[in-house]
Design a protein. Sequence first.
Lengths: 127, 240, 703
Amino acid sequence: MANLRREDEMETIDKKRARHLLRTLDFDDWMMISVVFPPRSISQKRMRSLEEMELTLIPNEKMYPSIQPEKVLAWIEEKVGDKDLAAELEPIVADGSLNYLQKCVALGKAVNRRCDMLRAAAGGEDA
Amino acid sequence: MQTPEIKSSECEEPKYGGMDRRTFLKTLAAAGIAATGGAAFMLPGTNLMVMPNSKGYLVVDMAKCMGCVTCMMTCSMVHEGESSLSLSRIQIQQSSFQNFPNDIHMAICHQCEDAPCVNACPVEADHVDVLFGNVRSIDPDRCIGCTQCIDACPWLPKRLQFNPKTKKVQKCDLCANTPYLDEKGGPGGTQSCVKVCPTNAIAYVEKMPKQDDPYAYNVNLRGEGWTHIGMSDEDYKLEG
Amino acid sequence: MEESKNGFAGNILHLNLTTLDYEVIPTKKYEEWGGGNGLGTALFWDYCQDKTITDGRNAENVIVIATSPLNGTSTPSAGGRCELVGVGCGHYPIGWFTRSNIGGRFSSHMKFAGWDAVVISGKAPYPVWVEVENGKVVYHDAGSLWGENARKTQLRILSALDKGNNGWGWQPLPGKKDETSYTTQKPAVLCIGPAGEKQSTHAALVHDAGSTSAQGGFAAVFGAKNLKAISFLGTGSIDIHDPKKLVSARFRVKERYGVKVDDPTTDMQSWWGWLSRPGTLSFAGTVSDHYRIQACAGCIMGCRTRFDVGYGNETKCQATSWYAHFALHYYKGDKKKMSEVALKLADYCNDIGINTYTFAKSVHWLERLWHKGLLGKGKTIHTDLNFDELGSEKFGFEFVDAFAYRKDIGEFFADGFVQGAIKAGLESEWKEGHLDYCYWGVPSHGYDARAEVEWGYASILTDRDVNSHDFNAMFWAVTLATMRGLPYQIEAHEIAKLITDKLKPYVDTTNAINYADDNIYSDDVMNLTRWYIHYNRFWKNTALFCDLRWADLFDSSNPGNIGATADPEVGEQVYWNAVTGEGISFVDGLSRGHRIFVLQNAIWALQGRHRDMVYMADYIYDKKAEHSEFPFFMWPTKDENGTWRYTDLMHRKLDRAQFDDFKTRFYKAEGLDPETGWPTSETLDKLGLGFVKEELKQHGKLA
């Protein structure tokens, strides 16, 4: 099981920073990922923001994300610029005990928690 | 293969000229008429033809059918040795552009209790075949192709077929006479459409479906296996 | 007209659109070609006077719509397919002689009406549609139908042909010898919508709600010929050589490979194989819990759906998924709305007669151009469409309309996306792989040619995306198991044996399925590719076994995981022989496939093909496939120690020089001249194709 950082250990986020991390990136920084519709179809789309990545990551019985976790990690760190979230995701990506879909679920939940926090902060007071 | 359980057919004691079976048989006995295992006959003093019930019936599940018409092609093959939709004794009609479940209709012979087609035949070609479980079938050697049996069928599309090559009429005989089937057909034997259907949307039953219910021959053959593959097992009232 | 015999209806209909006349050709002369692709290619050779044409919209083009002896019979998943061949349009750099295929009930009704194929030549002086009812052939003025979408066209034709009935609920039809025959069935119609009328290469031919022929651009060819629709209705019979055998083989295949629809323990997650796989249904989910599985004529298990919501009937595959992910995000993760939009749009594409296959790759590229400032109002490529709304239902319909009605970017790209990129001075976009169209100007299927090599090889060595999932069945099973963390039901070394056992005598080693970097140009893989092409040309494209069910090279529903292909009880040849009485082996069929392929190479030679142009797009050789739609691309490989495992192949590019050498060996093995890729005189004689030599010689194309 990934050793996740506690929320209170993470950087305190102000409204400006939260909005920055939730922003729509420039086109060149968008990341192409896909969803697989079992048993044999796939549909691609560029992820424009962290929130868009959030929508796709957690699989359900009809739809699986199709990602390369290392690349998602790198994208979050380098393009989105959320090093804190990247640090939280790193042990998940490295966890060899998780199968691919378990990894997606764990990543998805972590991204979802982070986005909830960012959304709350983005609607809060300026620093 | 599991035998699908029929969930919603309503089969009850058939009525004979308004009488229940016990009263009817007593009446026949009083009239000195044997009523066991015989062919169809006219009840004296009436225009009522008495015929023993078929020992088997086809029922269908129109929500389960996938419209592949394999049953039709197989039916004509086992009977005539050739593949034909027009010579099939089961008819599947469909419309791509209609909504489910009204996009497919399965038309089977009901092996009617008081079969009008038997009643109508002037030469007793369309008869109750006591050798094959009282199935209502047409003897091609006697048929003169007058098509009165087709006219008499109360269902649409008519459940009998006119064969333009032989100029005779034919109908479902529950595979009693199937020279191109390697197994024994007829009641108690194989019904090709039942056996070949990929979704098991056709079943053979021994209990007569309710004769005065136009929905009685469409039953729910979808069970746990069907829902397991993601499909619905909801009941649909469809006329058959 | 001839009578049906041994699966053949006995007659071929030649429609001469120029004179609005027709002739009846006895099939007998062409029976050696089987049906479908083989029959169609042979007829094309005889009826197309100018085989040098390179765009199917040329009036000299001939299209053949061909059935097989198995159509209209209960052969599992072969009763309902139909093949189309002719010079296509939309390929790059040449509109090759190509093929397409549809399902449904069109081919079975053609057969029941007494016809094995339709040859369409010339160009009608005004829009027409053709009605065929048994032996009756009538040209109708299609003026009032021109402009209608494919759905309305079919509904109007069905209404016009509805004679009512005599109270029996059966339609009377004129049969043979002036007798009246009867049917309860509706005519089967194949038609074009506005995109075909406007000769867009993105058009599709449509039959019923969702059977479409899109690859190859034949809908545009119909439009160029002023042909709106053809309908068939038949009351006849198909003679079967051994009906008892066919019936019992069909019973047996259900027992051994049929989907156990009533068994609650049927494992939905872990099937390996094609024949026994449960239905696929819509790929973007469903919008209602009330629907049925629907199938083509004779299918062992359907792959389409009919819903109760008024849209989405018979939509499937990538038609339902190309827009799905865009919609998911536009509607902020609302999966129900995603399904609704995806299905409505798929339905609309079928209604209007549009090919969605090319959209799966081109929309992303257009989005890139938009954000790079190359697409938009007044930009390098002008559009009034607002790509910021990509994903919305409104945008989806506007986008499809642009291509259907050849307006805006639909006009700019009417001849194809690669052609449009070049026209706009953006050829580098294609060469660098931003526009992922890797062979002959058609898009990658998603099974990257650098990873799944046989797919790319077969596509570039023929005429189009091969769209044949024979080996790909394994890819999906392994990929889904890997994603789910499930153990592999069939390990790599086992599947290698199972598959290669089916490929004899082409390969006699499991090494043929070893896609390790050091083996993908080997003779073994080359021979696997040859098997693949030959199998497709005969068993799939000619005999018309459906790609979604065949080949069944392995199958977890059967003991030992052995697939149904070539099986002595239920393999392809069993049905062929039961119907035709020919007594051929499975391998005999492959040889016939080779013959058909060589004949096609003769046509391509006349069209201008030379081995020097047989290359995939530059990025296949220049760039590693680092990005894939899939998280990994698992495939069996064998290492230097002889250990088999499923390996992720998503990391490599192909090598031009090695591919060149592979091609040389392929041509030699096929009997084609390695210098040019053209058929040699010796091969033509050996395969009974001597009749093509004169024409090749006249054009300086005989090797």
